[in-house]
Design a protein around this ligand. Structure first.
Ligand SMILES: Nc1ncnc2c1ncn2[C@@H]1O[C@H](COP(=O)(O)OP(=O)(O)OP(=O)(O)O)[C@@H](O)[C@H]1O
Length: 845
């Protein structure tokens, strides 16, 4: 079931201090859901309020003002969660706001006015009482604080710092926390008040008893149904109630020293919480974001509450005072953002009969194993003895009894050492188990570090793409406006400044890489220790058979070993499971990254086109259209074309349709006629099926191609001598390679006319590759694209050489190419820029 995060706002009454300071009320509740925050800096004379620029209106699910009682707040925000928790759903309520805004008051309250904690628990016990006949329920609770990124048990402060762990089902557990089972709300209130006294509280500039930590009260309800059949259902509902530390920014307080450090930690966790809220609120939008819960203990603990399986309520708190304007504004924005979060809630149901069946399987496996071992031992002993006679049997029994007596006396002496070995063995297994767990944690961290790195690389890739886009746009604009290109070419004038977040992302990537190296080193060390521990355990195991004195003890030890082995296997399975889940998450990222790269590459290809052509590249349909139009008349749309006779052109075209040339336009539409009739090139296209011929003009590349005599060619007799016909060979004709070569080179050359007096000589091989790869673009073949970029960039770089040494089919230097201006003069700067960009793109990739 998809559920939205419910966001309520509570405005507390003005405090005495605020009144003394002469603060005015600037936060007003309007109706049940709206709050208006006035700007205290506004001109009081401006009665018409024409400058209301900073007055803000926010809508929430519920808004409470100073008149709302504790019960009102509880009823509207939390009461509806109780039933769900009893039925096995998770729920979370958290109080958010700056220091002194009333969070603890709402959550814990006073003896006379108990807050949400107590009211919720009282309702929970009531609900459980109602279903007592049909189900067995138990309630347990724990209360902890997160202070400076360290977890402490508030009900058992002597337990030291606690660790967060993820269980096999992916839910977060706090190792070693004290769980109190009780069904008495009053008792709970006493525990909480006592626990709250253990909470780190200090006076700050804004609150005399400011809580400097995040306090989390976790209540777990386990319900076992008593159905008519033997299949038992266990529902486990968890309720988190969180009183967050003050959300004010360190810069907004006058806190220094220790308070500053605390502030940094609080800010870190609240920032992480804010990041999660941002990412989650954008989820399902146009771009699904990665949500990093690992940034702080708080977000790890609230992972389910925010992003997963929980109904969640956020109660934002503000002061109505004018002196709190900035804090209130940021709190309202934060809370407003959280409204978009959606969570998927599912019931936590365990089918006990299934679990029992699983355990039974394991137990019978173990029993089978024991039987097998026993029979093996008996068999071996039987074989050793052979078949004894009655007398021998008598003697043997006596010997055995004697041996047993000896063994017993020996046993007493050896019992100590035996116990020692056993203890060592158990210790070795435990050690192994711990190490395996740590390895799993490390692997988990490692994968998440990779995911984080991917996230930052995405930010960088985004920016690179944006930059490429901006470059292309600038070049187009400058070429259109015929501005001198120096500014762009030699410097990075106009180069977009890298945004702060991209610089941060680069820093983060470096940090994360260092962290990855550190984790890898730790892992290697741990693996080494694990190998040593395994060796030690196997040596101890070898010692055992010589030391054991009775079969029973041997069995017990074997069983113990087997149980530990099974536990180890179980841990390995959990680890694999965890890795698989993390990999799935990472794969999502990789896909996103490839998508980004593909966009970047496409952008680069387009950019290359524009650089090569010297103008905005027409899209494929436009290009085809342009090619077809060539047959009609020289098109002014085609760059370098003869629209304006005063413009020097590498490939001059007829200014007006040549008599007889009009026919070509009709030909172009016919079946089997190729679209290579580019402007300025006289191409004769012979379609083997129709024997239709088509021609267009190519004066400047005369000599570059073979002139073929076509007596039946429909070319105007008067201009015949200046026309060259090029055979276009359909794909099924493989001979006449000379003709293909010259045709394609000429066509290629003509296809890419430069903007000033000549074309960039694009090697035909490049043109062919480009066609090949652009066909594959649709398939998103990234590797090929990268290869293409490398090819294109290197081709552009070598083009001057190519140009000078380009030879026609006869080995004679290609006149058109050798006459064409040096690409360095035409497109050198452009290709230089292109190469730079390829460099950048490849760096990113
Ligand atoms: N709705 C309210 N009605 C009456 N008094 C309130 C209300 N909200 C808060 N107060 C009072 O305001 C003061 C500060 O409240 P509280 O300690 O709950 O703030 P907080 O947000 O938890 O601060 P911090 O983050 O510093 O712990 C307390 O004296 C409290 O009694």
């Amino acid at each position: 079931m998809v559920s939205c995060l419910q966001v309520a706002l509570r405005i507390r009454p003005l405090s005495d201090t605020e009144l003394e300071e002469g603060a005015t009320v600037i936060a007003h509740k309007v109706g049940d859901q709206m709050v208006v925050l006035m700007d205290p800096g506004e001109d009081p004379e401006d009665t018409l309020r024409t400058h209301r620029s900073r007055e803000k209106t926010f809508i929430f699910d519920t808004v409470f003002d100073q008149h709302a009682s504790q019960e009102d707040v509880y009823r509207a925000t939390t009461q509806h969660l109780v039933e769900g928790v009893v039925s096995g759903y998770n729920a979370t309520v958290f109080a958010y706001g700056p220091s002194g805004a009333g969070k603890t008051y709402t959550m814990l309250g006073m003896d006379a006015e108990p807050g949400i904690y107590l009211q919720t628990l009282a309702d929970l016990f009531r609900a459980i009482e109602e279903i007592r006949d049909s189900a067995d329920c138990s309630v347990s609770m724990s209360y902890l604080e997160i202070y400076n990124e360290v977890i402490r048990d508030l009900l058992n402060p002597s337990s030291g710092f606690l660790d967060l762990r993820e269980d096999s089902r992916g839910s977060i557990q706090i190792a070693g926390i004290m769980e109190v089972s009780t069904s008495n709300a009053q008792e709970i209130m006493q525990l909480l008040t006592k626990g709250n006294r253990q909470r780190t509280q200090e006076p700050t500039a804004t609150n005399k008893t400011s809580s400097r930590s995040h306090a989390v009260l976790q209540v777990t309800v386990r319900q076992r149904s008593r159905g008519p059949d033997l299949v038992e259902e266990v529902r486990v509902g968890k309720l988190f109630m969180v009183d967050l530390a003050g959300s004010e920014r360190a810069s907004q307080t006058q806190n220094r020293g220790k308070r500053m450090k605390e502030g940094a930690h609080i800010n870190r966790s609240l920032l992480a919480l804010g990041n999660c809220i941002n990412a989650l609120s954008e989820k399902g939008g146009s771009r699904a974001q990665y949500v990093n819960f690992r940034d702080s203990k708080l977000t790890r603990l609230l992972k389910d509450a925010l992003g997963g399986n929980s109904r969640t309520v956020m109660i934002a708190h503000i002061s109505p005072a004018s002196t709190y304007f900035e804090e209130s504004r940021t709190t309202l924005l934060y809370a407003y953002r959280a409204k978009n979060i959606k969570t998927r809630v599912k019931r936590n149901l365990l089918n006990v009969s299934y679990r029992i069946a699983q355990y039974t399987d394991v137990i019978s496996d173990l029993r089978r194993e024991i039987e097998h071992l026993k029979s093996k031992i008996e068999k071996q002993e039987g074989e050793k003895r052979g078949k004894p006679s009655v007398c021998e049997a008598q003697k043997r029994r006596e010997r055995e009894r004697e041996r047993e007596r000896e063994a017993e006396t020996q046993a007493e002496g050896e019992a100590g050492s035996m116990q020692g070995i056993r203890a060592q063995l158990i210790g070795a297994f435990k050690e192994q188990l711990e190490m395996r767990r740590s390895l799993v944690e490390l692997e988990n961290t490692n994968i998440e570090l990779h995911v984080d790195t991917s996230r930052h690389l995405l930010t960088i890739a985004d920016w690179e793409r944006e930059k490429t886009h901006q470059h292309a746009h600038r070049e187009r604009t400058s070429e259109r406006d015929e501005e001198p290109a120096e500014a762009d070419a030699d410097g990075d004038e106009g180069e977009s400044v890298e945004p702060h977040e991209v610089a941060l992302a680069r820093e983060e990537v470096n940090m994360l890489l260092a962290e990855q190296r550190k984790t890898a080193a730790l892992k290697a060390g741990l693996e080494q220790r694990l190998a040593n521990a395994k060796k030690k355990a196997s040596q101890l195991e070898k010692l055992l058979p010589t030391q054991v004195i009775s079969e029973d003890q041997r069995e017990v030890l074997r069983l113990l070993c087997r149980a530990h082995e099974l536990e180890v296997e179980n841990t390995e399975l959990q680890a694999n499971n965890l890795c698989r889940r993390n990999l799935m998450c990472q794969k999502d990222f990789v896909i996103q990254r490839y998508h980004q790269h593909r966009l970047l590459c496409e952008q680069l290809i387009q950019d290359q086109w524009q650089l090569i052509q010297g103008e905005a590249a027409p899209s494929q349909p436009q290009r085809d259209e342009a090619l077809l139009m060539v047959g009609d008349s020289p098109s002014p749309q085609w760059p370098g074309g003869g629209g304006d006779s005063s413009q020097p052109s590498a490939l001059p075209c007829p200014r007006a349709p040549v008599p007889g040339y009009e026919n070509l336009s009709r030909c172009t539409g016919k079946r089997g006629v190729a679209k290579h009739s580019v402007q300025g090139v006289l191409v004769s296209v012979r379609d083997p099926g129709t024997r239709t011929h088509m021609a267009c003009m190519a004066q400047t590349i005369r000599g570059a191609v073979r002139v073929t005599e076509r007596p039946h060619m429909e070319t105007p007799p008067s201009r015949k001598s200046s026309f060259i016909s090029l055979d276009y060979l359909p794909s099924n004709v493989h001979k006449k390679e000379d003709t293909i070569f010259s045709t394609s080179r000429a066509v290629t050359h003509a296809c890419f006319p430069g903007s000033a007096g000549g074309g960039i000589a694009v090697p035909e091989s490049l043109a062919r590759r480009r066609c090949l790869y652009s066909r594959e673009l649709g398939a998103g073949s990234l590797n090929r694209l990268l290869l293409l970029h490398a090819v294109m960039s290197s081709s552009l770089r070598v083009s001057p050489v190519d140009c000078g040494t380009a030879r026609g089919p006869s080995g004679i230097p290609h006149p058109a190419l050798s006459q064409a201006p040096e690409p360095a003069a035409l497109g050198g700067q452009a290709s230089g820029r292109a190469s730079r960009r390829f460099g950048e793109a490849l760096k990113v990739c």
